[in-house]
Design a protein around this ligand. Structure first.
Ligand code: ZN
Length: 187
């Protein structure tokens, strides 16, 4: 893992997913961990890329299953304030589970010369999993920050992590371990 070739992907840490329409209690626990990881990343030259749901009301396929959430331009579609994007971060809107599907995420990562993505955010077994699937298929190394992602239940979280390890060969590290790696990589 080389700092300048690594990006932390922050999936759906939006008001609607943490405290709003699709509120996830466990998502709240992720916020301070992720804040620490993003801080470590920015300080040590690791890129931060947000993959944010930005749905079109009355149109997007996924809304039939989940109901309205993260509608583009609403408060619910904004990143939770504690994790707001900073100068030098990138924000990629999406309308499907995967951050790659129908977006310019792959083009962005290639132009930034990224070869490794660190997966974080919500939910481990859904949008994180689907984004990891495409990352893997496009040839990126997949790493998971185990305490900076979560799901509605422990079972969904455990199943998500297991799947990422088995199917995409994901390396799993804690936020503290990753912050150490960032520091070592910056030396
Ligand atoms: Zn959605």
């Amino acid at each position: 893992m080389e700092n300048k070739k690594t990006a932390v992907l922050v999936v759906d840490m939006l008001n609607d997913f943490v405290t709003g329409a699709l509120k996830c209690e466990r998502g709240l626990r992720v916020v301070p961990r992720l804040a620490k990881l993003l801080d470590g990343a920015r300080t040590n030259g690791v890129k931060v890329v947000y993959c944010n749901d930005a749905h079109v009301s009355g149109v997007d396929h996924e809304l039939k299953l989940w109901g309205d959430h993260a509608i583009a331009g609403t408060k619910g579609a904004e990143i939770v304030p504690e994790l707001a994007a900073r100068t030098g971060d990138y924000v990629v809107p999406k309308r499907r589970y995967s951050g790659f599907f129908g977006t310019d995420l792959d083009m962005l990562l290639r132009e930034l010369d990224i070869d490794t993505v660190i997966m974080t955010g919500l939910h481990t077994h859904m949008c994180v999993r689907h984004t990891s699937a495409d990352a893997y298929c496009y040839g990126y190394n997949v790493v998971v920050a185990s305490d900076a992602t979560d799901s509605f239940t422990q079972e969904d979280y455990d199943g998500g992590i297991k799947y990422l390890k088995e199917v995409y060969g994901a390396d799993v590290f804690t936020v503290d371990e990753l912050c150490e790696k960032f520091k070592a990589g910056a030396r």
